[in-house]
Design a protein around this ligand. Structure first.
Ligand code: KIV
Length: 273
């Protein structure tokens, strides 16, 4: 008689991410916003799943990340957490839910952790968010930083172009990265900055640095799932590698289905009761 046991899956922790950096193993991170995709991504061996506020763009069709609400982020995160057995799930605190005060930042983080069951939060900014980072960490919630191109500040920057090319901005970025590490962040995302600067940040920090458009010399990579799977086929930044053409595949499959329905070839004899 065979005994069936529930397979034990070892969950990735912030501690394990640190160990991965220490031994030079790169960290793979991808966004997800719903149960079905999170299940596939987790099963495929992802280390970190980010419920990014890019949901505002790719799920809700907004031009920027600014409109998404905390309730909407919690809805996405709850769906993702239900699907994930192994990956560490990190959730973005959306625009307008942490900039007001450290108390607001703490309340938003607690709602995310309590209502979704996620494992950590991420927020954009350096010295400006120091008090909030410290307050959230003091409640036992792991925090990931995000520097470089910070899309919640798009109206301040004016463009989505590469950040920190100039010396002043580059040195503030390095200082901010060190500050976030000192505060106790378990990791840092660097978005769209020169590869040399990203390398310097990664070398100067003990905590893992995850890049998106930040070159190869960081401790891991993150992409938006819809972009790397070729669902959003109109978005073509240089840093993006497409691993599939799901836009083409889905269009082909849907065209075929429409054709079959019109031609009355679906359903057939075997597909009916
Ligand atoms: O919201 C998001 O998807 C992100 C990644 C681009 C890092 O913050």
């Amino acid at each position: 008689m065979s005994v069936h046991r529930k397979q034990e899956v070892k969950r990735i922790t912030t501690h394990q991410l640190q160990e991965m950096k220490n031994r030079g193993e790169k960290i793979a991170m991808l966004t997800a916003y719903d149960y079905s995709m999170a299940r596939i991504i987790d099963g495929a061996g992802m280390d970190v799943i980010l419920v990014g506020d890019s949901a505002s763009n790719v799920m809700a069709g907004n031009e920027t990340t600014l409109p998404i609400t905390l309730d909407q982020m919690i809805y996405h995160a709850t769906s993702v957490v239900k699907a994930v057995k192994r990956a560490l799930v990190v959730v973005d605190i959306p625009f307008g839910y942490y900039q007001g005060s450290s108390g607001e930042a703490l309340r938003s983080s607690i709602r995310i952790m309590k209502e979704s069951g996620a494992h950590a939060v991420k927020m954009e900014g350096g010295s400006e968010v120091k008090d909030s980072v410290l307050r959230i960490l003091s409640a036992g919630v792991p925090v990931m930083g995000h520097l470089g191109l910070t899309p919640q500040s798009i109206y301040k920057f004016g463009t989505y172009s590469v950040r920190a090319r100039e010396e002043g901005e580059a040195s503030k970025l390095l200082d901010d990265a060190k500050l976030l590490e000192e505060c106790g962040c378990f990791g840092l995302v660097l978005e769209k900055i020169p590869a040399e600067l990203a390398k310097k940040v990664s070398q100067n920090l003990k905590i893992p640095v995850i890049g998106i458009g930040a070159g190869p010399d960081v401790d891991g990579q993150v992409l938006v799932m819809q972009d790397m799977l070729g669902i959003t086929n109109e978005f073509k930044p240089r840093f993006l590698r497409r691993y599939a053409d799901l836009h083409g595949m889905i269009t082909g499959a849907v065209n075929k289905y429409v054709g079959d329905v019109k031609a009355k070839s679906f359903p057939n004899e075997e597909e009916k009761y």
